[in-house]
Design a protein around this ligand. Structure first.
Ligand code: KIV
Ligand code: ZN
Length: 574
Protein backbone atom coordinates (compact mmCIF):
# COMPACT_ATOMS: atom_id res chain seq x y z
CA UNK A 1 0.00 0.00 0.00
CA UNK A 2 1.21 3.47 -0.80
CA UNK A 3 2.39 5.53 2.17
CA UNK A 4 1.21 8.67 0.42
CA UNK A 5 -2.03 9.20 2.30
CA UNK A 6 -3.55 12.68 2.46
CA UNK A 7 -6.24 11.52 4.93
CA UNK A 8 -3.53 11.61 7.56
CA UNK A 9 -3.67 15.43 7.52
CA UNK A 10 -6.32 18.01 8.38
CA UNK A 11 -6.94 21.47 6.94
CA UNK A 12 -5.87 24.33 9.20
CA UNK A 13 -9.01 25.94 10.61
CA UNK A 14 -9.55 29.49 9.34
CA UNK A 15 -9.58 32.35 11.87
CA UNK A 16 -13.18 33.30 12.64
CA UNK A 17 -13.09 36.95 11.72
CA UNK A 18 -15.69 39.34 10.35
CA UNK A 19 -13.79 42.62 10.59
CA UNK A 20 -10.86 41.76 8.36
CA UNK A 21 -9.17 45.01 7.19
CA UNK A 22 -5.64 44.02 6.31
CA UNK A 23 -6.35 43.02 2.64
CA UNK A 24 -6.99 46.69 1.84
CA UNK A 25 -3.84 47.92 3.52
CA UNK A 26 -0.71 48.84 1.62
CA UNK A 27 2.81 48.72 3.03
CA UNK A 28 4.12 52.27 2.91
CA UNK A 29 7.32 52.12 4.89
CA UNK A 30 9.89 49.60 6.00
CA UNK A 31 9.26 47.69 9.24
CA UNK A 32 11.93 47.59 11.94
CA UNK A 33 14.26 44.76 10.97
CA UNK A 34 15.93 42.34 13.33
CA UNK A 35 18.45 39.85 12.04
CA UNK A 36 18.45 36.44 13.69
CA UNK A 37 21.28 35.05 11.54
CA UNK A 38 23.56 34.67 14.52
CA UNK A 39 20.97 32.87 16.63
CA UNK A 40 18.18 31.07 14.72
CA UNK A 41 20.31 30.85 11.57
CA UNK A 42 23.33 29.65 13.50
CA UNK A 43 21.31 27.06 15.45
CA UNK A 44 20.23 25.50 12.16
CA UNK A 45 23.71 24.99 10.71
CA UNK A 46 25.38 21.62 10.30
CA UNK A 47 28.50 23.26 11.64
CA UNK A 48 27.72 26.32 13.76
CA UNK A 49 29.69 29.45 12.93
CA UNK A 50 33.20 29.82 14.28
CA UNK A 51 34.02 32.99 16.25
CA UNK A 52 35.57 34.61 13.19
CA UNK A 53 32.61 33.68 11.01
CA UNK A 54 30.30 35.18 13.63
CA UNK A 55 32.30 38.37 13.60
CA UNK A 56 32.24 38.69 9.85
CA UNK A 57 28.48 38.04 9.82
CA UNK A 58 27.99 40.63 12.56
CA UNK A 59 30.04 43.18 10.64
CA UNK A 60 28.02 42.51 7.49
CA UNK A 61 24.74 42.95 9.36
CA UNK A 62 25.95 46.25 10.79
CA UNK A 63 27.16 47.43 7.38
CA UNK A 64 23.88 46.52 5.72
CA UNK A 65 22.12 48.69 8.28
CA UNK A 66 20.47 46.43 10.87
CA UNK A 67 19.73 48.28 14.09
CA UNK A 68 18.65 45.17 16.01
CA UNK A 69 20.67 41.97 15.86
CA UNK A 70 19.99 38.79 17.81
CA UNK A 71 23.53 37.69 18.54
CA UNK A 72 23.01 34.35 20.21
CA UNK A 73 21.49 32.09 22.80
CA UNK A 74 24.24 32.53 25.42
CA UNK A 75 22.63 30.44 28.16
CA UNK A 76 22.44 27.46 25.84
CA UNK A 77 25.84 27.70 24.21
CA UNK A 78 29.27 28.63 25.53
CA UNK A 79 30.47 29.85 22.11
CA UNK A 80 27.42 32.13 21.96
CA UNK A 81 28.16 33.39 25.48
CA UNK A 82 31.78 34.08 24.52
CA UNK A 83 30.73 35.88 21.35
CA UNK A 84 28.37 38.18 23.24
CA UNK A 85 31.14 38.94 25.71
CA UNK A 86 33.56 39.65 22.88
CA UNK A 87 31.15 42.11 21.28
CA UNK A 88 30.71 43.98 24.55
CA UNK A 89 34.27 43.82 25.89
CA UNK A 90 35.83 44.82 22.59
CA UNK A 91 33.22 47.52 22.08
CA UNK A 92 32.23 46.16 18.67
CA UNK A 93 28.59 47.20 18.79
CA UNK A 94 27.94 50.60 17.20
CA UNK A 95 25.98 53.10 19.32
CA UNK A 96 22.91 52.90 17.14
CA UNK A 97 22.76 49.08 17.17
CA UNK A 98 21.02 47.06 19.88
CA UNK A 99 22.00 43.45 20.44
CA UNK A 100 19.44 40.85 21.44
CA UNK A 101 19.81 37.48 23.11
CA UNK A 102 17.33 34.62 23.44
CA UNK A 103 16.50 32.88 26.67
CA UNK A 104 14.09 30.26 27.91
CA UNK A 105 11.86 31.09 30.86
CA UNK A 106 14.06 29.37 33.45
CA UNK A 107 15.82 31.34 36.14
CA UNK A 108 19.36 29.95 35.76
CA UNK A 109 19.18 30.54 32.01
CA UNK A 110 17.84 34.05 32.45
CA UNK A 111 20.57 34.78 35.00
CA UNK A 112 23.24 33.50 32.61
CA UNK A 113 21.80 35.57 29.76
CA UNK A 114 22.01 38.73 31.85
CA UNK A 115 25.55 37.78 32.79
CA UNK A 116 26.39 37.55 29.08
CA UNK A 117 25.01 41.05 28.54
CA UNK A 118 26.81 42.74 31.45
CA UNK A 119 28.11 46.12 30.39
CA UNK A 120 26.05 46.33 27.18
CA UNK A 121 24.96 49.87 26.29
CA UNK A 122 21.56 48.69 25.16
CA UNK A 123 20.09 45.22 24.76
CA UNK A 124 16.94 43.25 24.13
CA UNK A 125 16.26 40.29 26.40
CA UNK A 126 14.16 37.87 24.37
CA UNK A 127 12.11 35.47 26.46
CA UNK A 128 10.20 32.58 24.94
CA UNK A 129 8.18 29.55 25.84
CA UNK A 130 6.03 27.26 23.78
CA UNK A 131 2.30 27.89 23.93
CA UNK A 132 0.67 25.72 21.24
CA UNK A 133 -1.93 23.09 22.03
CA UNK A 134 0.30 20.25 20.84
CA UNK A 135 3.24 21.43 22.93
CA UNK A 136 1.10 22.02 26.03
CA UNK A 137 -0.69 18.71 25.80
CA UNK A 138 1.96 16.36 24.46
CA UNK A 139 5.37 17.85 25.23
CA UNK A 140 4.88 19.63 28.57
CA UNK A 141 1.65 17.94 29.66
CA UNK A 142 0.56 21.19 31.26
CA UNK A 143 -2.65 23.20 31.35
CA UNK A 144 -3.11 26.65 29.83
CA UNK A 145 -2.76 28.17 33.32
CA UNK A 146 0.48 26.32 34.00
CA UNK A 147 2.04 27.42 30.72
CA UNK A 148 0.91 31.00 31.34
CA UNK A 149 2.53 30.70 34.76
CA UNK A 150 5.86 29.85 33.08
CA UNK A 151 5.62 32.93 30.84
CA UNK A 152 4.69 35.25 33.67
CA UNK A 153 7.39 33.93 35.98
CA UNK A 154 9.92 34.28 33.16
CA UNK A 155 8.80 37.86 32.61
CA UNK A 156 9.20 38.60 36.32
CA UNK A 157 12.76 37.24 36.36
CA UNK A 158 13.63 39.22 33.24
CA UNK A 159 12.24 42.40 34.79
CA UNK A 160 14.06 41.86 38.08
CA UNK A 161 17.42 40.83 36.66
CA UNK A 162 17.30 43.84 34.34
CA UNK A 163 16.66 46.12 37.28
CA UNK A 164 19.89 44.84 38.78
CA UNK A 165 21.84 45.93 35.68
CA UNK A 166 20.70 49.53 35.26
CA UNK A 167 23.76 50.53 33.21
CA UNK A 168 22.07 48.88 30.20
CA UNK A 169 19.10 50.39 28.35
CA UNK A 170 16.82 47.34 28.31
CA UNK A 171 14.04 46.32 26.03
CA UNK A 172 12.07 43.17 26.68
CA UNK A 173 10.76 40.80 24.07
CA UNK A 174 8.37 37.90 24.52
CA UNK A 175 7.67 35.12 21.98
CA UNK A 176 4.83 32.69 22.45
CA UNK A 177 6.76 30.04 20.51
CA UNK A 178 4.61 28.03 18.09
CA UNK A 179 2.18 30.95 18.08
CA UNK A 180 0.49 29.92 14.83
CA UNK A 181 -0.67 26.69 16.47
CA UNK A 182 -1.85 28.49 19.60
CA UNK A 183 -5.52 29.38 20.17
CA UNK A 184 -5.84 33.12 19.51
CA UNK A 185 -7.70 33.91 22.71
CA UNK A 186 -4.98 32.13 24.66
CA UNK A 187 -2.20 33.92 22.77
CA UNK A 188 -3.81 37.26 23.66
CA UNK A 189 -4.21 36.19 27.28
CA UNK A 190 -0.61 35.11 27.67
CA UNK A 191 0.86 38.16 25.90
CA UNK A 192 -1.29 40.44 28.04
CA UNK A 193 -0.08 38.66 31.16
CA UNK A 194 3.56 39.23 30.19
CA UNK A 195 2.90 42.85 29.27
CA UNK A 196 1.28 43.37 32.69
CA UNK A 197 4.53 42.31 34.32
CA UNK A 198 6.73 44.48 32.15
CA UNK A 199 4.56 47.60 32.23
CA UNK A 200 5.89 49.00 28.98
CA UNK A 201 5.27 52.61 27.97
CA UNK A 202 5.00 54.29 24.56
CA UNK A 203 8.56 55.52 25.16
CA UNK A 204 9.90 52.08 26.10
CA UNK A 205 7.80 49.53 24.29
CA UNK A 206 7.82 45.80 24.85
CA UNK A 207 8.25 43.59 21.81
CA UNK A 208 5.66 40.85 21.29
CA UNK A 209 7.11 38.53 18.69
CA UNK A 210 4.61 36.18 17.05
CA UNK A 211 6.45 33.26 15.50
CA UNK A 212 5.24 31.02 12.74
CA UNK A 213 7.63 28.55 14.34
CA UNK A 214 6.25 26.09 11.84
CA UNK A 215 4.36 27.51 8.88
CA UNK A 216 1.04 25.69 9.01
CA UNK A 217 -1.40 27.57 6.80
CA UNK A 218 -1.69 29.98 3.91
CA UNK A 219 -0.25 33.46 4.55
CA UNK A 220 -3.71 35.05 4.75
CA UNK A 221 -4.41 32.94 7.84
CA UNK A 222 -1.24 34.24 9.47
CA UNK A 223 -2.32 37.80 8.60
CA UNK A 224 -5.71 37.11 10.22
CA UNK A 225 -3.91 35.90 13.33
CA UNK A 226 -1.71 39.01 13.42
CA UNK A 227 -4.64 41.39 12.93
CA UNK A 228 -6.48 39.57 15.72
CA UNK A 229 -3.58 40.03 18.13
CA UNK A 230 -3.09 43.67 17.11
CA UNK A 231 -6.80 44.31 17.75
CA UNK A 232 -7.15 42.41 21.00
CA UNK A 233 -3.88 42.85 22.85
CA UNK A 234 -3.87 45.38 25.69
CA UNK A 235 -1.69 48.53 25.58
CA UNK A 236 -1.13 48.28 21.85
CA UNK A 237 0.56 51.71 21.93
CA UNK A 238 3.17 50.32 24.32
CA UNK A 239 3.98 47.26 22.24
CA UNK A 240 5.90 46.59 19.05
CA UNK A 241 4.35 43.64 17.25
CA UNK A 242 7.14 41.60 15.70
CA UNK A 243 6.88 38.72 13.20
CA UNK A 244 9.15 35.73 12.95
CA UNK A 245 8.10 33.45 10.12
CA UNK A 246 9.60 30.18 9.01
CA UNK A 247 9.19 28.84 5.55
CA UNK A 248 7.77 25.32 5.81
CA UNK A 249 5.16 25.91 3.11
CA UNK A 250 7.48 28.16 1.10
CA UNK A 251 5.47 31.28 2.02
CA UNK A 252 7.54 32.75 4.87
CA UNK A 253 8.07 36.02 3.04
CA UNK A 254 4.46 36.30 1.90
CA UNK A 255 3.28 35.64 5.45
CA UNK A 256 5.55 38.37 6.80
CA UNK A 257 4.38 40.82 4.14
CA UNK A 258 0.71 40.15 4.83
CA UNK A 259 1.49 40.28 8.55
CA UNK A 260 2.89 43.79 8.13
CA UNK A 261 -0.27 44.72 6.22
CA UNK A 262 -2.15 43.33 9.21
CA UNK A 263 -0.42 45.73 11.58
CA UNK A 264 3.00 44.36 12.55
CA UNK A 265 5.84 46.80 13.22
CA UNK A 266 8.89 44.61 13.14
CA UNK A 267 10.30 41.63 11.26
CA UNK A 268 12.78 39.00 12.34
CA UNK A 269 14.56 36.97 9.70
CA UNK A 270 17.88 36.06 8.17
CA UNK A 271 19.91 37.08 5.15
CA UNK A 272 18.92 34.86 2.22
CA UNK A 273 16.71 32.71 4.45
CA UNK A 274 18.99 30.33 6.33
CA UNK A 275 17.28 28.86 9.38
CA UNK A 276 15.61 25.81 10.88
CA UNK A 277 14.31 23.25 8.33
CA UNK A 278 13.21 25.28 5.29
CA UNK A 279 14.66 28.40 6.82
CA UNK A 280 13.71 31.70 8.37
CA UNK A 281 12.04 34.49 6.46
CA UNK A 282 14.54 35.92 3.99
CA UNK A 283 15.05 39.58 4.83
CA UNK A 284 16.93 40.27 1.59
CA UNK A 285 13.93 39.28 -0.48
CA UNK A 286 11.38 41.05 1.68
CA UNK A 287 13.43 44.24 1.76
CA UNK A 288 14.08 44.10 -1.97
CA UNK A 289 10.35 43.55 -2.55
CA UNK A 290 9.75 46.85 -0.77
CA UNK A 291 12.54 48.50 -2.72
CA UNK A 292 10.98 47.37 -6.01
CA UNK A 293 7.76 49.13 -4.95
CA UNK A 294 9.55 52.43 -4.44
CA UNK A 295 9.80 52.07 -0.65
CA UNK A 296 13.12 52.72 1.09
CA UNK A 297 13.86 49.37 2.78
CA UNK A 298 16.31 51.08 5.15
CA UNK A 299 18.76 48.26 4.50
CA UNK A 300 21.44 48.51 1.86
CA UNK A 301 21.78 45.51 -0.44
CA UNK A 302 23.68 47.29 -3.18
CA UNK A 303 26.69 45.00 -2.73
CA UNK A 304 24.81 41.74 -3.16
CA UNK A 305 27.95 39.82 -4.00
CA UNK A 306 29.49 40.62 -0.63
CA UNK A 307 26.30 39.51 1.09
CA UNK A 308 26.32 36.23 -0.80
CA UNK A 309 30.02 35.66 -0.13
CA UNK A 310 29.75 36.27 3.61
CA UNK A 311 26.53 34.26 3.99
CA UNK A 312 27.97 31.34 2.03
CA UNK A 313 31.24 31.45 3.95
CA UNK A 314 29.46 31.56 7.32
CA UNK A 315 26.71 29.04 6.65
CA UNK A 316 28.51 26.70 4.23
CA UNK A 317 25.29 26.78 2.23
CA UNK A 318 25.30 27.78 -1.43
CA UNK A 319 22.88 30.45 -2.57
CA UNK A 320 20.55 29.02 -5.19
CA UNK A 321 21.17 30.50 -8.67
CA UNK A 322 17.48 31.38 -8.85
CA UNK A 323 17.29 32.96 -5.38
CA UNK A 324 15.20 36.17 -5.72
CA UNK A 325 17.34 39.28 -6.33
CA UNK A 326 20.57 37.49 -5.38
CA UNK A 327 20.95 34.31 -7.43
CA UNK A 328 23.41 34.21 -10.29
CA UNK A 329 20.66 33.64 -12.86
CA UNK A 330 17.87 35.87 -11.64
CA UNK A 331 18.55 38.68 -14.06
CA UNK A 332 19.62 36.43 -16.91
CA UNK A 333 17.39 36.05 -19.95
CA UNK A 334 18.08 33.21 -22.37
CA UNK A 335 14.80 33.24 -24.26
CA UNK A 336 14.86 35.17 -27.51
CA UNK A 337 11.58 37.02 -27.02
CA UNK A 338 12.55 38.05 -23.48
CA UNK A 339 15.93 39.29 -24.69
CA UNK A 340 14.31 41.26 -27.43
CA UNK A 341 11.90 42.94 -25.04
CA UNK A 342 14.62 43.64 -22.47
CA UNK A 343 16.90 45.05 -25.14
CA UNK A 344 14.23 47.47 -26.39
CA UNK A 345 13.20 48.55 -22.90
CA UNK A 346 16.79 49.08 -21.76
CA UNK A 347 17.46 51.38 -24.70
CA UNK A 348 14.38 53.45 -23.88
CA UNK A 349 15.28 53.45 -20.18
CA UNK A 350 18.76 54.71 -20.96
CA UNK A 351 17.41 57.56 -23.09
CA UNK A 352 14.75 58.53 -20.54
CA UNK A 353 17.20 58.39 -17.68
CA UNK A 354 19.54 60.70 -19.62
CA UNK A 355 16.71 63.17 -20.25
CA UNK A 356 14.71 62.99 -17.02
CA UNK A 357 17.31 62.00 -14.43
CA UNK A 358 17.93 59.13 -12.03
CA UNK A 359 14.41 59.00 -10.52
CA UNK A 360 12.88 58.01 -13.86
CA UNK A 361 10.54 55.10 -13.23
CA UNK A 362 11.94 51.71 -14.08
CA UNK A 363 9.72 50.05 -16.69
CA UNK A 364 11.79 47.24 -18.15
CA UNK A 365 9.99 44.08 -19.21
CA UNK A 366 11.04 40.95 -17.31
CA UNK A 367 13.30 42.82 -14.91
CA UNK A 368 11.52 43.83 -11.69
CA UNK A 369 14.52 45.90 -10.62
CA UNK A 370 17.55 47.39 -12.29
CA UNK A 371 20.30 44.75 -11.84
CA UNK A 372 22.84 47.56 -11.34
CA UNK A 373 21.10 48.45 -8.04
CA UNK A 374 22.44 45.24 -6.50
CA UNK A 375 25.85 45.47 -8.14
CA UNK A 376 25.04 43.33 -11.16
CA UNK A 377 25.86 44.31 -14.74
CA UNK A 378 23.84 44.09 -17.89
CA UNK A 379 26.37 41.57 -19.20
CA UNK A 380 24.74 39.13 -16.82
CA UNK A 381 21.26 39.98 -18.09
CA UNK A 382 21.43 38.67 -21.60
CA UNK A 383 22.91 35.22 -21.85
CA UNK A 384 23.03 33.28 -25.07
CA UNK A 385 22.18 29.66 -25.67
CA UNK A 386 20.19 27.81 -28.31
CA UNK A 387 16.94 29.40 -27.03
CA UNK A 388 18.19 32.91 -27.65
CA UNK A 389 17.27 35.17 -30.51
CA UNK A 390 18.39 38.20 -32.41
CA UNK A 391 17.67 40.68 -29.60
CA UNK A 392 20.05 39.02 -27.19
CA UNK A 393 22.81 38.57 -29.71
CA UNK A 394 22.44 42.18 -30.83
CA UNK A 395 22.54 43.31 -27.24
CA UNK A 396 25.78 41.48 -26.52
CA UNK A 397 27.39 42.79 -29.71
CA UNK A 398 26.49 46.36 -28.85
CA UNK A 399 27.15 46.30 -25.10
CA UNK A 400 30.37 44.33 -25.18
CA UNK A 401 31.86 45.29 -28.53
CA UNK A 402 30.14 48.51 -29.62
CA UNK A 403 28.86 46.85 -32.79
CA UNK A 404 25.38 48.16 -33.60
CA UNK A 405 23.95 45.54 -35.92
CA UNK A 406 21.04 46.61 -38.11
CA UNK A 407 17.90 44.49 -37.74
CA UNK A 408 18.40 42.54 -40.97
CA UNK A 409 21.90 41.59 -39.88
CA UNK A 410 20.66 40.65 -36.39
CA UNK A 411 18.27 38.17 -38.01
CA UNK A 412 21.00 36.71 -40.23
CA UNK A 413 23.65 36.60 -37.50
CA UNK A 414 21.47 35.09 -34.78
CA UNK A 415 20.89 32.01 -36.93
CA UNK A 416 24.68 31.45 -37.07
CA UNK A 417 24.93 31.83 -33.28
CA UNK A 418 22.00 29.49 -32.79
CA UNK A 419 23.57 26.83 -35.00
CA UNK A 420 26.77 27.12 -32.97
CA UNK A 421 24.82 26.82 -29.69
CA UNK A 422 22.93 23.79 -30.94
CA UNK A 423 26.14 22.10 -32.01
CA UNK A 424 28.01 22.89 -28.80
CA UNK A 425 24.96 22.24 -26.55
CA UNK A 426 26.22 24.87 -24.12
CA UNK A 427 25.85 28.52 -23.35
CA UNK A 428 27.74 30.70 -25.85
CA UNK A 429 30.12 33.22 -24.31
CA UNK A 430 30.28 36.80 -25.53
CA UNK A 431 33.81 36.15 -26.80
CA UNK A 432 32.54 33.23 -28.87
CA UNK A 433 29.72 35.37 -30.27
CA UNK A 434 32.21 38.03 -31.36
CA UNK A 435 34.38 35.33 -32.96
CA UNK A 436 31.43 33.85 -34.86
CA UNK A 437 30.71 37.33 -36.22
CA UNK A 438 34.31 37.79 -37.28
CA UNK A 439 34.50 34.38 -38.94
CA UNK A 440 31.15 34.75 -40.68
CA UNK A 441 31.18 38.30 -42.03
CA UNK A 442 34.74 39.59 -41.95
CA UNK A 443 37.40 36.87 -42.16
CA UNK A 444 35.59 35.17 -45.02
CA UNK A 445 36.94 32.32 -47.16
CA UNK A 446 38.54 33.18 -50.52
CA UNK A 447 38.44 36.90 -49.82
CA UNK A 448 38.50 39.57 -52.47
CA UNK A 449 40.14 42.67 -51.12
CA UNK A 450 40.55 46.30 -52.20
CA UNK A 451 44.19 47.09 -52.78
CA UNK A 452 43.58 50.75 -53.50
CA UNK A 453 40.79 53.01 -54.60
CA UNK A 454 40.14 56.50 -55.82
CA UNK A 455 36.83 58.17 -55.36
CA UNK A 456 35.69 61.51 -56.64
CA UNK A 457 32.45 63.13 -55.74
CA UNK A 458 30.50 65.27 -58.13
CA UNK A 459 26.98 66.65 -58.07
CA UNK A 460 24.55 63.90 -59.10
CA UNK A 461 27.17 61.28 -59.77
CA UNK A 462 30.20 59.88 -57.94
CA UNK A 463 33.09 58.14 -59.65
CA UNK A 464 35.02 55.21 -58.18
CA UNK A 465 38.04 53.33 -59.46
CA UNK A 466 39.42 50.45 -57.40
CA UNK A 467 42.16 47.84 -57.70
CA UNK A 468 40.90 44.53 -56.39
CA UNK A 469 43.04 41.62 -55.32
CA UNK A 470 41.33 38.29 -55.94
CA UNK A 471 42.44 34.70 -55.60
CA UNK A 472 43.45 34.85 -59.27
CA UNK A 473 45.25 38.14 -59.31
CA UNK A 474 44.47 41.83 -59.64
CA UNK A 475 41.72 43.58 -61.51
CA UNK A 476 40.87 47.25 -61.86
CA UNK A 477 37.22 48.14 -61.82
CA UNK A 478 35.62 51.52 -62.36
CA UNK A 479 32.17 53.03 -62.56
CA UNK A 480 30.05 55.96 -61.53
CA UNK A 481 26.88 55.94 -59.51
CA UNK A 482 24.63 57.76 -57.06
CA UNK A 483 27.11 57.64 -54.24
CA UNK A 484 30.41 55.83 -53.82
CA UNK A 485 28.84 52.56 -52.80
CA UNK A 486 26.47 52.55 -55.74
CA UNK A 487 29.44 53.26 -58.05
CA UNK A 488 31.38 50.40 -56.48
CA UNK A 489 28.51 47.92 -56.90
CA UNK A 490 28.07 48.94 -60.56
CA UNK A 491 31.81 48.61 -61.09
CA UNK A 492 31.70 45.04 -59.81
CA UNK A 493 28.53 44.38 -61.81
CA UNK A 494 30.32 45.53 -64.98
CA UNK A 495 32.69 42.60 -64.56
CA UNK A 496 30.06 39.96 -63.88
CA UNK A 497 27.40 38.39 -65.97
CA UNK A 498 25.03 38.36 -62.99
CA UNK A 499 23.70 41.28 -61.03
CA UNK A 500 24.49 42.29 -57.50
CA UNK A 501 21.89 44.52 -55.92
CA UNK A 502 22.63 46.47 -52.76
CA UNK A 503 19.63 45.77 -50.52
CA UNK A 504 20.64 47.28 -47.18
CA UNK A 505 23.47 49.26 -45.79
CA UNK A 506 24.43 50.56 -42.36
CA UNK A 507 27.54 52.08 -40.82
CA UNK A 508 28.82 53.58 -37.60
CA UNK A 509 32.08 54.52 -36.00
CA UNK A 510 33.60 52.38 -33.28
CA UNK A 511 34.36 55.24 -30.94
CA UNK A 512 33.74 58.93 -30.66
CA UNK A 513 37.00 60.51 -31.76
CA UNK A 514 38.56 61.22 -35.12
CA UNK A 515 40.86 58.22 -34.92
CA UNK A 516 37.97 55.83 -34.37
CA UNK A 517 37.60 53.08 -36.90
CA UNK A 518 34.45 52.69 -38.96
CA UNK A 519 32.25 49.64 -39.28
CA UNK A 520 29.97 48.99 -42.25
CA UNK A 521 27.38 46.30 -42.84
CA UNK A 522 25.80 45.45 -46.19
CA UNK A 523 23.23 43.07 -47.51
CA UNK A 524 23.44 42.16 -51.18
CA UNK A 525 20.99 40.32 -53.38
CA UNK A 526 22.99 38.07 -55.69
CA UNK A 527 21.02 35.91 -58.08
CA UNK A 528 17.95 36.08 -55.83
CA UNK A 529 19.76 35.15 -52.64
CA UNK A 530 20.76 37.51 -49.85
CA UNK A 531 24.28 37.73 -48.44
CA UNK A 532 25.48 39.93 -45.62
CA UNK A 533 28.99 41.18 -45.09
CA UNK A 534 30.78 43.48 -42.71
CA UNK A 535 33.92 45.54 -43.03
CA UNK A 536 36.06 47.54 -40.69
CA UNK A 537 38.51 50.26 -41.72
CA UNK A 538 39.95 53.59 -40.64
CA UNK A 539 37.52 55.35 -42.94
CA UNK A 540 33.90 54.77 -43.75
CA UNK A 541 34.42 54.34 -47.52
CA UNK A 542 37.07 51.67 -46.97
CA UNK A 543 34.80 49.90 -44.47
CA UNK A 544 31.87 49.93 -46.92
CA UNK A 545 33.94 48.56 -49.82
CA UNK A 546 35.24 45.76 -47.58
CA UNK A 547 31.73 44.94 -46.42
CA UNK A 548 30.54 44.64 -50.03
CA UNK A 549 33.47 42.46 -51.02
CA UNK A 550 33.02 40.23 -47.97
CA UNK A 551 29.39 39.67 -48.93
CA UNK A 552 30.48 38.96 -52.51
CA UNK A 553 33.14 36.52 -51.31
CA UNK A 554 30.62 34.79 -49.01
CA UNK A 555 28.41 34.28 -52.05
CA UNK A 556 31.26 32.47 -53.76
CA UNK A 557 31.44 34.98 -56.60
CA UNK A 558 34.88 34.63 -58.15
CA UNK A 559 36.01 37.49 -60.31
CA UNK A 560 38.25 36.04 -62.97
CA UNK A 561 41.00 38.49 -63.69
CA UNK A 562 41.59 36.91 -67.10
CA UNK A 563 39.43 37.41 -70.13
CA UNK A 564 35.96 36.75 -68.92
CA UNK A 565 34.77 37.30 -65.36
CA UNK A 566 32.90 34.29 -64.08
CA UNK A 567 30.08 34.04 -61.64
CA UNK A 568 30.50 30.63 -60.12
CA UNK A 569 27.73 28.62 -58.59
CA UNK A 570 26.79 30.35 -55.41
CA UNK A 571 28.24 28.71 -52.34
CA UNK A 572 25.72 29.31 -49.69
CA UNK A 573 27.59 30.02 -46.56
CA UNK A 574 24.59 30.27 -44.32
O1 KIV B 1 10.86 29.95 15.45
C1 KIV B 1 10.68 30.31 16.62
O2 KIV B 1 9.59 30.19 17.17
C2 KIV B 1 11.79 30.89 17.32
C3 KIV B 1 11.47 31.53 18.63
C4 KIV B 1 12.48 31.21 19.63
C5 KIV B 1 11.26 32.98 18.43
O3 KIV B 1 12.88 30.93 16.81
ZN1 ZN C 1 12.69 30.64 14.62
Amino acid sequence: MSSFNHRKYRPFPPVAKTDRRWPDNVIEHAPDWCSVDLRDGNQALIEPMTPSQKLSMFQLLVDVGFKEIEVGFPAASQPDFDFVRQLIEQDLVPDDVTIQVLTQAREPLIARSFEALQGARSAIMHLYNSTSTVQREQVFKMSREEIRGISVQGAIWVRDYAAAQPETAWQFQYSPESFTNTEMDYAVEICDAVIDVWQPTPGNKAIINLPATVEVATPNVYADQIETICDQIGRRDCVRISLHTHNDRGCGIAAAELGVMAGADRIEGTLLGNGERTGNMDIVTMAMNLYSQGIDPELDFSDMDRIINVVEACTQLAVHPRHPYAGELVFAAFSGSHQDAINKCLLIDEQERRLKGPDTHWKVAYLPIDPRDVGRTYQEVIRINSQSGKGGVAYVMEQDYGLILPRWLQVDFSSHVQQFAERSETEVSTGQIRQIFQDTYIDVDMPITVESYQASRAKGSDQLTAMLLTQNGRIEISSDGKGILDAFVSAINSKLDSRLVLVDYSEHTLGDNEQSEAMAYVQLNINGKRFCGAGCSEDIVGASLRAVLNAVSRAGVRIDTGAAPVLEAIKIAN
